[in-house]
Design a protein around this ligand. Structure first.
Ligand SMILES: O=P(O)(O)OC[C@@]1(O)O[C@H](CO)[C@@H](O)[C@@H]1O
Length: 344
C-alpha cells in the first residue's frame, strides 16, 4: 500500500470570489475589487491541500480537456484523472464581505449521465488500488442517483483503501440510510450536516458538546468508524474507536471560510499518513481549517502557514464506540449557540 490519497469530485466548480467593499446590501449596487477564480469543488480542494504538503494525490473529476478547470489544475501541477463531459464545469460564487462573512451561491453543476458515471467509477477503482485513502466529496450533479456514494463505498472496499466522505443533504442521508456495509471509515460533517442527519437543531449541536456527541454516536451506531465534526470558530471533535477528542482553534482573522472544511479533512489525512494518533489527526485538521479560513477565497495553506498556528486538543473520553443499543439519548440544551461555523 502506498501513502496515496485519491479524491473524487463528481460536481467540481470554478470558484469565483467577489470581494465586496462592505456588508452585502440586498437590492444595492456593489463596486467590486478585482475578482479571482480558482479550481474548486470539495475533492479538488482536499487534493490541492494534500499536494501543497508534498503528499501523493490524484484528483478525479468530470471535465472536458479544454475546460478552464482542467487548464487551472494543470497550471497547479495537480495530478488528475478526468472523464470528458459535454457541459462546462459550473461556476460557484462567493460573496466575501470585509469582516470575513462569506455567502456562497452554488450552481447545480453539469449533468452526469450513466456513461460518465461509469467512467468515473472505473477511474476511481484504477487509482484507488493500493492507495491509503479515497475521499468522496461534495454534492452530486443533476442526474446522479442519490445512492451513488453508497455504491462507491461498497465497491471501493475491495481496493483496500480507507474511505472518507464529505457531503450534505440528500446524498448524505442516502449514504447513512444505505446500511453498515456502505458506511465510510471517516465522515466529516459540519454542524449543519450533523443536524440534517440527526434531526437535532443545529443551534443545539453547537451550544452543547454532550448533545453534539450524542448525535455523533448515532452515526457510529450506523457503522461510521470515525467522525470528524467541524464546528467553525468552535473548533472540532474527533470521535472513533479510540475515544473522543475536542480541539479549540487558534485565534485568527477570518478572511474566507470557503474550503476550510476541505482543508480540515486534508489535515486529518496528512496526519494519518504520517502515523499520527487521534489527537494529532484532530490537531492537524483544526490547524489546516484555521489556516485556510485565514486565507482569501478557497486558497489552501502551506504546511508552514499551518505550523505557525497553535491548536489545543483535549481528551473527552478514551473508551471505545457505543454500540447501537447503548448510544446515549440526545440531550437538549437551552444555552445560546456560539457564533461561527464553517461554510461550504
Ligand atoms: O455544491 P457542493 O458540491 O456542496 O460544494 C461546492 C463548494 O462550495 O465546496 C467547496 C468548498 O467546500 C467549494 O470549492 C465549492 O464551490
Amino acid at each position: 500500500m502506498t501513502a496515496r490519497v485519491v479524491t473524487l469530485t463528481a460536481n467540481p466548480s470554478l470558484d469565483r470570489t467577489l470581494a465586496l467593499p462592505g456588508p452585502l446590501v440586498r437590492g444595492g449596487v456593489a463596486r467590486l475589487a478585482p475578482s479571482s477564480t480558482e479550481p474548486g469543488g470539495k475533492g479538488v480542494n482536499v487534493a490541492r491541500a494534500v499536494a501543497a504538503a508534498g503528499g501523493d494525490v490524484v484528483t478525479v473529476l468530470p471535465a472536458a480537456d479544454d475546460d478552464p478547470i482542467v487548464r487551472a489544475l494543470r497550471e497547479l501541477d495537480l495530478p488528475m484523472a478526468t472523464v470528458p463531459i459535454a457541459t462546462p464545469v459550473r461556476t460557484n460564487y462567493t460573496l466575501a464581505e470585509p469582516d470575513g462573512t462569506t455567502t456562497k451561491l452554488n450552481e447545480p453543476g453539469a449533468p452526469l449521465d450513466d456513461e460518465a458515471r461509469g467512467a468515473l467509477t472505473i477511474a476511481m477503482h484504477q487509482h484507488a488500488e493500493g492507495a491509503r485513502w479515497v475521499v468522496l466529496s461534495g454534492s452530486l450533479p443533476p442526474g446522479t442517483p442519490l445512492d451513488w456514494y453508497a455504491d462507491l463505498v461498497r465497491s471501493l472496499r475491495d481496493t483496500g483503501a480507507k474511505i472518507a466522505v464529505d457531503t450534505s443533504e440528500a446524498p448524505l442521508l442516502a449514504l447513512l440510510d444505505a446500511g453498515p456495509d456502505a458506511a465510510p471509515d471517516l465522515l466529516k460533517p459540519n454542524s449543519e450536516e450533523l443536524a440534517q442527519l440527526s434531526g437535532v437543531p443545529e443551534a443545539h449541536l453547537t451550544a452543547n458538546r454532550a448533545t453534539a456527541l450524542a448525535a455523533v454516536d448515532t452515526l457510529h451506531a450506523r457503522g461510521v468508524a470515525e467522525v470528524l465534526l467541524t464546528l467553525g470558530a468552535d473548533g472540532a471533535l474527533l470521535s472513533g474507536a479510540e475515544g473522543v477528542w475536542a480541539a479549540t482553534p487558534p485565534r485568527i482573522a477570518v478572511r474566507s471560510t470557503v474550503g476550510a472544511g476541505d482543508c480540515s479533512l486534508a489535515g486529518h489525512l496528512l496526519a494519518d499518513l504520517a502515523g499520527g494518533g487521534p489527537a494529532e489527526r484532530l490537531r492537524s485538521a483544526v490547524a489546516y481549517g484555521a489556516a485556510s479560513a485565514s486565507l482569501p477565497g478557497s486558497a489552501v495553506p502551506s504546511p508552514e502557514q499551518v505550523a505557525a498556528l497553535d491548536v489545543e486538543v483535549a481528551t473527552v473520553r478514551t473508551e471505545g464506540l457505543p454500540s447501537s443499543t447503548t448510544a446515549p439519548p440526545v440531550t437538549w440544551s437551552t444555552t445560546v449557540p456560539a457564533a461561527g461555523r464553517d461554510v461550504h
